[in-house]
Design a protein. Sequence first.
Lengths: 217, 146
Amino acid sequence: MINNIFITWLLAISIPVSYGQLDWKTTQITHRAGALDQEAIGVFEFTNIGDSSVTITEVKPSCGCTAAALEKKTFAPGESGKIEASFKFGSRQGLQSNTILITTDADEQPTILTLKTLIPTLLDIKPGFVYWKAGDAPDAKTVTLTFGIDEDVHITEVKSAHSNIETFLKETEKKGEYQLVILPLTTDEGLRTTILIKTDYPKDTPRSFYVHVHIKE
Amino acid sequence: MANCLKRIFLMMSFAVVLALANFYANPARPPWNPEADLPKGEVHYASLEQSQNSYLWVDARQEAEFAHGHYPDAINLNQDNWDSMIIEVLDKWQPSFKTIVYCSSRACDSSHAVAERLRSEMGLTDVFVLHGGWESLILEMGQIKD
């Protein structure tokens, strides 16, 4: 009796079933963006190598910055298709990894497509936020500004939005590196303000950055 | 009948021996303490509840998801609108706070990316990612709407 049950179970798991399956040419694309790029695009190609149709039931990007365009949803055996992923950078810098989850009616486990993008850091600000506690000694704090692109680019202006905060900018010996010294005249009262940093890059629409300055009550 | 019971006992004993061997020999065995093997920088909600610390909750999801429901007093901060959203985060942040970032746990690295930017770009310390994300908060607290 036990032997019969075992044999029946063994047969049940070994009978081949008809299925559809998407074979992806690649599930990961790496893109190196240019200094002025605002968007990266990756095309993920696939073929249905199964013996029945496959329908893509869900395409879910990991964030709102990534869009995934699909020509159609159902693919016959042997048919190929592609998903075009576009990633808008916004204010992102450095290495970014965006995923798109692809679910089909042929497989319970979704396929994860990854678009990795290396976005050049135009201006690295460390740190982008400085604070004092109210009543602290009004000692100076230093922020390091470093250009991360190999272009002739400069800081053209540094401007504090509040008269209680003074700034001093000096260029260091390292190419493309500056030190921004921030000095509160007093820390007696709470304060939330910013320091504007203007650059001359790109020439047509020069970019600006901010350092956030607080005196916490 | 006795013979059948004897076989069942033998099979179960064999399974126990295999399980014990796996427990002692398998380097990838699951931990007894779930806190012990959390990925670096992640915390469980339960451990936060037991603590007396003050927390700043940061929701790294999209605005529409945040509007649909979020942890009480959480502030929305995602990378799409970083420059405008970071202002409120810094306004609410206090030096004594620990910052907890969460997003949707499904295929979402946003909370880790946001936490890393808070550390590296804003210089904040004590920034952690909630293990299990928004879905774990829903499980812990039921439907949240703030």
